[in-house]
Design a protein around this ligand. Sequence first.
Ligand SMILES: [Zn+2]
Length: 343
Amino acid sequence: MAARRPKVCIDRILPSEMMRLQRTMRGPAGRVRAISPIGKAWMNGSTLRVKFMGGTSAQQRTVREQADWWSQHANLKFDFNNAANAEIRIAFDASDGAWSYVGTDCRGIALNEPTMNLGFLDGGTAAHEFGHTIGLAHEHQNPAGGIKWNEAAVIREMKKSPNFWDEQTTRHNILRKYSVDQVNGTQVDPDSVMLYFFPSSWTANGIGTKANDELSSIDKEFIAGAKMYPKTGTTPTDAPELKVNAKTRTKASIGTAGEEDLYRFVAKADGRYVIDTAGPTDMYMKLFGPTSRTALVAEDDDSGTDTNARITADLIAGNYFVQVRHYNRTAGKGNYTIKVRKM
Ligand SMILES: [Zn+2]
């Protein structure tokens, strides 16, 4: 009986210079916090369109079923309309393994190229790849630890068929852990669909992992949670408008930790805009646009005064969305104000 061979998925994270994110600039009173690559989540409430680039009807049915595992819990919809400019484009090249770009990185890929490949579809593979597509990373790279690699064994095994990976590729895709401040995460979840099977001989402590073919309870909780896609969020259609350079700041309050507010504003001309919050509440802010509700422009945690958020960005004219969320470091709620200025 042949040993079960690990099928290793590559989550394709674009190099930083190719990311559409802008770095938040240092504010006058600000602490600087680098934009985290985990800012790859789509705007909460998004409908992501999906185009199949091949695949049998049975394969496509499996993909639809497993994508739905996520949308049952996350505030996201998948529209399998095969639009030419769909955000998610799925190929079924059996010689190319299984992989996906992560979250909003999909927008940086040419429209005639796939953002996901499903070279195999056994178990929960489609669910795993959709996990990447909606912004999740590999559980085995969780910085909270868990797996103590036997690095020499992993590098040796991955050089063999069917992977033929060189040491650098193995280090990047398996051994390297995401640093803690790059990741919004849970403790390592041994039941996560984002974990892959690794044999015990690959670990220093002889403890392997099992492949998981369905979403774990923590997967469901995390994707529906405050940092990802809570169903309690405001939808884009009822977002109130912030007037640029309004005389007074817009007052609002967040009722519960993790709740989010959504605003829109119109940048009538190209230029530098500053969006900031003020008040005692620890705020986390994301800017999406132009026009698109799914393209993240920038995000910020604590660049504003105290724990407030501030984004300074050079924008082209268009409609933008600002999502504000209580950061949930401590329980509670709070009042805040928000304002958009053109410099
Ligand atoms: Zn993967």
